[in-house]
Design a protein around this ligand. Structure first.
Ligand code: FRU
Length: 505
């Protein structure tokens, strides 16, 4: 109650600020090297697949407005994972909404949906009956590189209203297709197999386990080599997104590590009951990975929706509402704590680096020190020695004094993003501080931050933890400064680049 009252007062005080120029300002601060549609509402990434030189990114899209509803599959393609071209809607709403799902290239034409000897692109997605009484899995296909689509129809109906988000992939050892889908409310994963993408047989279930709540959504499963493991060791990573009740209170992702034999996922015996989070911020949701990357590219790449169902419909952006994170390479490591994933933005982003700034041995104290970082589309790498300080803070400040903080608290081994004062208030659940526990070895930490006007993606110690948070702002350019509290700290090395807009020549 008290929190609501304080929020309402704050919102009222800032009303004159945020009213008239909001739309213009929101457009001016549109991110440039993260994907957003030109206009309207977007949520989950869907159907990521690579085919004939193009990375496809489909997504939950409302062509009729900037709030959730009328789900279609929007579509964008890219030659390099950073330069995106938006295409017309791929899979339309019919008598059912086209909810989340995945796409594959059916190389052997097992589905018979190919034409002229070319493999079809096949999407498997959830048809959501708008009355809310049924969710079933549907197939649609394209014979022209995803440009036009034909709805084949329903392929799996178990009479459930909460059965969704099919992730389909080819399992080579058993030579058949695998589908993962969630029984969302029950927090259960259902696994099916198929010879032809059309007839599906139930194989096994997994869960409830780990983080539970409303709801399990958007599963993914893939095999990765284990860095620091036994020679040749590989393990399967199962990603499960959680609509609410994740580490930050709202939407987030968790993962499990174990084995998969083509029919059943078995968590590793060392796996503990405590959930492992894919990201510690509030804006990394529904992350799912690409299918069919070229054989020459061994990476596993996923992308998330940079939003949170707690406030997704309220974020003050215009003319589109919804943003993707950078595509991220996911790796798996054997650590003293057990198997853990690490994430890094795809290396293609580095081709956008311009205007390198560097500094060494910058001593920080209570007085803010300006950092040689320019503007709002930035990559910043800091090797930080927290020294005698209690806390180090990097502040990103806009022309009206709104501040987003990236911080390290040595005493408690924590890295955080604090957006409690990062822009005019718009939702009670937004102004929070998001903390990731980090092992500060001898007080040292490496921070790699990608900032794009209204999003920070923070990769800590080579992506062992990430914190992804959007922030909103008043007018003016962003300026960068740093302080240390309770002692001194040292920036051993600083490297910063402006990140060019890949869509501008
Ligand atoms: C996740 C989700 C999915 C669903 C889609 C609907 O954000 O709720 O479970 O398929 O969004 O847009």
């Amino acid at each position: 109650m008290r929190r609501t009252a304080v929020f309402l007062i704050l919102a009222a005080l800032s009303a004159p600020l945020s009213a008239a120029p909001l739309a213009a300002r929101a457009e001016a601060f549109r991110p440039s090297y993260h994907f957003a549609p030109a206009r309207n509402w977007m949520n989950d990434p869907n159907g990521m697949v690579y085919f004939e030189g193009e990375y496809h990114l489909f997504y939950q899209y409302n062509p009729h407005g900037d709030r959730w509803g009328h789900m279609n599959w929007g579509h964008a393609v890219s030659p390099d994972l950073v330069t995106w071209q938006e295409l017309p809607v791929a899979i339309p709403e019919t008598d059912v909404m086209a909810f989340s799902g995945s796409a594959v290239i059916d190389w052997d034409n097992t589905s018979g949906l190919g034409r002229g000897g070319r493999p079809p692109m096949v999407a498997v997605y959830t048809g959501h009956d708008p009355k809310g009484t049924n969710q079933s899995q549907y197939v649609a296909y394209s014979n022209d590189k995803g440009r036009t689509w034909t709805v084949h129809g329903k392929v799996l109906d178990i009479g459930s209203a909460e059965f969704r988000d099919p992730k389909v992939f080819w399992h080579a050892p058993t030579r058949r297709w695998v589908m993962l889908a969630v029984m969302a409310v029950e927090n259960r994963l259902a696994i099916y197999t198929s010879p032809d993408l059309k007839t599906w047989t139930h194989a096994s279930d997994f869960g409830p386990a780990g983080g539970r709540g409303k709801n399990w959504e958007c599963p993914d499963l893939f095999e990765l080599p284990v860095e620091g493991g036994k020679p040749g060791e590989k393990r399967w990573v199962l990603g499960i997104n959680l609509g609410d009740n994740a580490v930050n209170g709202g939407s987030g992702g968790q993962y499990f590590v174990g084995d998969f034999d083509g029919a059943r996922f078995t968590p590793d015996p060392t796996w503990t009951a405590a959930p492992q989070w894919t990201d510690w911020g509030a804006d990394f949701y529904a992350a799912v990975s690409w299918n069919d990357l070229p054989k020459s590219d061994p990476r596993r790449i996923w992308i998330g929706w940079a939003n949170n169902w707690r406030y997704a419909n309220l974020i003050p952006t215009y003319p589109s509402r919804g943003l993707m994170t950078l595509p991220r390479t996911v790796t798996l490591r054997r650590t003293p704590e057990g198997y853990r994933i690490a994430q890094a933005p795809v290396r293609e982003v580095e081709a956008l680096r311009r205007d390198h700034q560097a500094a060494k041995d910058v001593v920080l104290g209570a007085e803010p020190r300006a950092l040689p970082v320019r503007g709002g589309a930035v990559e910043l790498i800091l090797d930080l020695d927290t020294g005698t300080s209690e806390q180090v803070q990097v502040a990103i400040t806009d022309g009206q004094g709104y501040q987003t903080l990236i911080g390290v608290t040595a005493a408690t081994n924590e890295v955080f993003i604090d957006r409690t004062r990062s822009g005019p208030p718009f939702a009670e659940t937004f102004p929070e501080r998001h903390i990731a526990p980090v092992n500060l070895s001898k007080g040292k930490v490496r921070l790699r931050a990608f900032v794009d006007q209204s999003i920070v993606e923070l990769y800590v110690n080579d992506g062992q933890q990430t914190i992804t948070d959007r922030f909103y702002r008043g007018g003016g350019e962003l300026t960068w400064s740093a302080t240390a509290r309770g002692g001194t700290a040292t920036i051993r090395t600083l490297d910063a680049w402006t990140i060019a807009d890949p869509h501008k020549p």
